[in-house]
Ligand binder design. Structure first.
Ligand code: PLP
Length: 387
């Protein structure tokens, strides 16, 4: 017996674990200090009432013989797929191109099972690290490509051939989003190279800029080359409930859905019925309006944080189509600035180096925290004379 070498080599750099370890030590030595987290990517708003009611109803459904649901919909229930098409992809996709699942974290890695094990995979450095580590755990061949501040951290297609490209927009951790123009270049690259774009669009509900498409399929040719991932986690507060979906358009290949269905029937017994009822409710038009107000609240926090950091003399990216801000340190390393914020201001931020070597010298903050905590963090930053 031999273990998977890639798991042995992988750094146990569970970042959030390292961050929380440092916070725990600091808090135990400074018991009276109130620490505010601008670090976590988790949401702070609870699930809204109409969605809770739909999930309560779903629990009741399970209690009677007539409405009980057990095993069944490997790719998601029709009621949810229908709601997804109507709300998100009307005129663009059909139900048999949608797969409902239990979280995009798993989906963005497990999709690699669809492709040859020797496929050349491209990931940007700075990245959502799950792409790199998830691919490595499956023994895949991954290359990282630096992205630079002079390009506003937008990756451009390389000369070299790749089979699979991960793109994340709105981006975690940088908080910027790819415009139609930016994405068109990648779609042309993918067509030319017969490559696939894995388009992580889990922050789609935060998009406000006119030139950023809500879905990549708004762009001509995207249906031939892109698989798009979406999640209910951040806008419907489903980080604990778990429900997501992704689209595999038939235009990519006439056999692609058959292949993926064969794989999925063997690897997945379908997403939770209760979660799917809640997810379907989140797509109803009145509920969508309430959720939009929640997202507007997060974005208002992002705007306040952005101006605060700018006034304190930092260079800041993101926060307009995303809850994340990406900030350049003032000549400190990522971990030095983390320590500084924790010890001097009692604020948790995330060191940029966690998102790949290119993130050294930067840090990420999140506007998903409670508004009162964000206000207090802003006061502390404004009052600090050592920043
Ligand atoms: N993709 C990105 C870029 C994310 O930031 C996250 C979560 O933070 C995910 C995927 C995973 O989301 P989910 O909760 O649907 O697993």
């Amino acid at each position: 017996m031999k273990f998977n070498d890639n798991l042995i080599d992988m750094e146990k750099e569970d970042i959030f674990e390292k961050v929380s370890e440092k916070v725990k030590v600091f808090q135990s030595n400074n018991k009276d200090v109130k620490i505010i987290s601008l670090g976590v990517g988790d949401v702070s708003k609870p699930i809204i009432k109409p969605i809770i009611n739909a999930m309560h109803q779903a629990v009741d459904d399970l209690s009677s013989e007539e409405s009980f649901r057990g095993y069944g919909a490997y790719f998601g229930y029709d009621f949810l797929k229908e709601a997804i098409i109507k709300s998100e992809y009307e005129g663009l996709l059909s139900q048999d191109e949608i797969y409902v699942s239990a979280g995009s974290k798993t989906d963005t890695t497990s999709i690699l099972e669809l492709f040859d094990i020797n496929s050349k995979i491209l990931i940007t450095d700075i990245m959502y690290p799950v792409y790199r580590d998830g691919a490595k755990a499956l023994n895949r061949n991954v290359r990282v490509m630096p992205i630079a501040s002079k390009d506003k951290f937008i990756a451009s297609p390389p000369e070299e051939h790749f089979d699979i490209v991960y793109l994340c927009s709105p981006n975690n951790p940088i908080g910027i989003a790819y415009t139609k123009n930016d994405l068109t270049k990648w779609i042309n690259y993918a067509k030319e190279h017969k490559a696939i774009i894995l388009y992580d669009n889990v922050y789609s509900e935060f998009i406000r800029s006119q030139d950023v498409p809500k879905t990549i399929y708004e762009i001509e040719g995207a249906k031939e080359v892109a698989i798009e991932f979406r999640s209910f986690s951040k806008h419907a507060s489903f980080t604990g409930v778990r429900c997501s979906y992704y689209a595999i358009p038939k235009e990519i290949d006439e056999n692609i859905n058959l292949l993926w269905q064969k794989r999925t029937i063997n690897r997945f017994n379908g997403a939770d019925y209760i979660a799917q009822r809640g997810a379907a409710e989140s797509l109803a038009s009145d509920t969508k309006k309430m959720l939009k107000a929640n997202i507007d609240g997060y974005l208002a926090n992002a705007k306040l944080l952005k101006s605060t950091f700018k006034e304190a003399g930092f260079t800041v990216w993101g926060g307009e189509d995303s809850p994340f801000l990406w900030i350049k340190t003032k000549d400190q390393s990522s971990w030095e600035v983390f320590d500084y914020f924790l010890k001097e201001l009692n604020i948790i931020i995330i060191p940029g180096v966690i998102f790949g070597p290119g993130g050294e010298g930067y840090f990420r903050i999140s506007a998903l925290a409670k508004t009162e905590n964000i206000s207090e963090a802003i006061n502390r930053i404004n009052q600090s004379n050592s920043l």
